[in-house]
Design a protein around this ligand. Structure first.
Ligand code: F6P
Length: 369
């Protein structure tokens, strides 16, 4: 089967996550060892099917050993990324100036053929892997690599980028303890995670938060307030509350800062809402800290580097073995291959009966329920 492959492409789509470059390194190193040529596609699929966006002709980049020699430790992606311009739902203006979505996927498939690309390693989250699945239906040989700091992709124990995000969030929470304590304040820390509470839960427990609010458990602010009053003592008269950006009050909705047709909602404002509601119920000063994109930046942790390298190398072994339309997945202790369609369109939420949740409850952490 590997004789059929001479040239592969690799791309990164959606929000960046620490570890993308480590995956690219493993893909390039492993593929070149097999005698395959590797082409990097810039900015999702744009570099391949929208050459007019690259007047210098660098939408596609031939990747060699020297291009990936020192990138394992770096954040971001050397290929660039985008979460706009899905080729299956490409936003364009019609004759009356209205934005309509057009399916341009045939142009993309034709560009794969024109450039003699035999297979694709698509590194991305749910949106990118859904596109990868759609491309596979159109005859493109593709292996997906699961990326997201949110850890909300199904069929893999963990996605790369998550450990780095949680580690940094924990470090920030650690730092907030001392200032909260000095001023006897309540600090509400907001972390990313979209509609899943993984980052909030793991960093909140590790950072000794008093309260953790996650999308999986709609909260009641009076329960939060009563809990804080019950734990405040002379020695412990401050509090840290970790709020997932997708957290919502019982009977309420998530807090959104931007909603536009054809695009994912931009979440934001969850911490401000909790802080305002709490301030009305508490004599203590309440402050917020929004960690946001800080969680996506920086150098990947050792765990994420290793996972990313394992995923990238496994993608190439999978192509060699003839796999297509699958995603590499961590199913401890091994990395295996799962059908892409099983992994997409199904969010992995926090399991409320998990040992981690039980641990949090045993530690006395309040979830507002
Ligand atoms: O999915 C990763 C993520 O960082 C989410 O946690 C967050 O809601 C979203 O992306 C932010 O996207 P953007 O960078 O487009 O604002």
């Amino acid at each position: 089967m590997n004789n059929e492959i001479k040239r592969i492409a690799v791309n990164t789509g959606g929000g960046d996550a620490p570890g993308l470059n480590a995956v690219i390194r493993a893909v390039v190193m492993s593929a070149i060892k097999k005698g395959w040529e590797v082409i990097g596609i810039r900015d999702g699929y744009n570099g391949l099917y929208l050459p007019q966006m690259y007047p210098k002709g660098d939408g596609l980049i031939k990747l060699g050993f020297e291009d990936v020699v020192d990138i394992t430790s770096t954040g971001g992606t050397i290929l660039g990324t985008t979460n706009r311009g899905n080729p299956f739902r490409y936003p364009m203006k019609d004759a009356s100036g209205n934005v309509v979505e057009v399916d341009r996927s045939e142009e993309l498939v034709e560009a794969f053929r024109r450039n003699n690309i035999d297979a694709l390693v698509a590194i991305g989250g749910d949106g990118s892997l859904t596109m990868a699945n759609q491309l596979a239906q159109k005859g493109i040989r593709v292996i997906g690599v699961p990326k997201t700091i949110d850890n909300d992709l199904d069929k893999t124990n963990i996605t790369f980028g998550f450990d780095t995000a949680v580690s940094f969030a924990t470090e920030c929470i650690d730092r907030l303890h001392s200032t909260a304590k000095a001023h006897k304040r309540i600090i509400v820390v907001e972390v990313m995670g979209r509609n899943a509470g993984w980052i909030a839960l793991n960093s909140g427990i590790s950072g000794s938060a008093d309260v953790i609010l996650i999308p999986e458990i709609p909260y009641d602010i009076t329960i939060v307030s009563d809990h804080l009053k019950s734990v405040f003592t002379e020695d412990h008269d401050y509090a840290i509350i970790v709020v997932a950006e997708g957290a919502l009050p019982k009977g309420g909705t998530v807090s959104v800062i931007e909603r536009e047709a054809g695009k994912a909602e931009r979440l934001g404002g969850a911490a401000e809402r909790v802080a305002a509601e709490l301030q009305a119920l508490s004599k203590k000063e309440v402050r917020t800290a929004i960690l946001g994109h800080l969680l996506r930046g920086g150098s990947p942790t050792t765990f994420d580097r290793l996972l990313s390298l394992r995923f990238g190398a496994a993608a190439i072994r999978g192509l060699e073995q003839g796999f297509s339309n699958v995603m590499v997945a961590l199913n401890p202790p091994t990395v295996n291959y799962v059908p892409l369609e099983d992994a997409i369109n199904k969010m992995k939420s926090v399991n409320l009966k998990s040992d981690t949740m039980l641990t949090a409850r045993d530690l006395g952490i309040c979830f507002g329920d």
